[in-house]
Write a protein that binds this ligand. Structure first.
Ligand code: ZN
Length: 177
């Protein structure tokens, strides 16, 4: 812990994100929250088009490589999940089917299809918000992202802005009833 280096108690001002962590870890947490905020904005665009509100972003070295929101209905495409749309955009931009060193942010836990694509693309890190108790493939129902039998395993961080994402999904389904 370096929280005392500034003379302030840990958990006070040195912990700007309120996550009990300081310095470099807090910076990462703040960046994760900021990118997730952007992904939630993308999810809202999906909701506006009548799609289940899920958004995703691929980021590397502080730069957005690709973004997407859920659009299987509008695109007549069962694979048009936010993560796949974002991965396609990022790979197209990079002219590479692999994205080593990149982080994928998603407002909901990736499904098996998206988790498979994430592993194929060699995404280094996956950060997601709400868990998906029906389709989640980062441990909730399946654990494709943590499968030791696959030759690539991304680092996974769950629960960033989970309440905001869950509320967006709840509001969407409430409005449809
Ligand atoms: Zn998916």
């Amino acid at each position: 812990m370096t929280g005392l280096a500034s003379g302030r108690p840990a958990g006070d001002a040195a912990d700007a994100t309120g996550d009990g962590l300081a310095d470099g870890v807090a910076e990462t947490a703040a960046a994760d929250a900021a990118w997730m905020r952007a992904a939630l904005g993308l999810a809202e665009r999906g909701a506006g088009a009548g799609e289940v509100p899920v958004g995703a972003l691929v980021v590397r070295d502080g730069q957005v490589l690709g973004e997407g929101w859920n659009r299987p209905i509008g695109a007549h495409d069962p694979s048009a999940h936010a993560e796949i749309v974002a991965l396609r955009a990022a790979c197209e931009r990079e002219r590479n089917y692999r994205l080593p060193g990149a982080t994928l942010y998603a407002t909901m836990e990736p499904c098996p299809m998206c988790a498979g694509a994430i592993v194929h693309a060699r995404i280094a890190r996956v950060v997601f918000a709400a868990r998906d108790e029906k389709w989640g493939a980062a441990g909730s129902v399946f654990d494709i992202l943590g499968a030791g039998r696959l030759n690539h395993r991304p680092e996974v961080l769950a629960g960033v802005l989970a309440a905001d994402s869950a509320e967006l999904l709840r509001a969407f389904f409430r409005a449809r009833r």
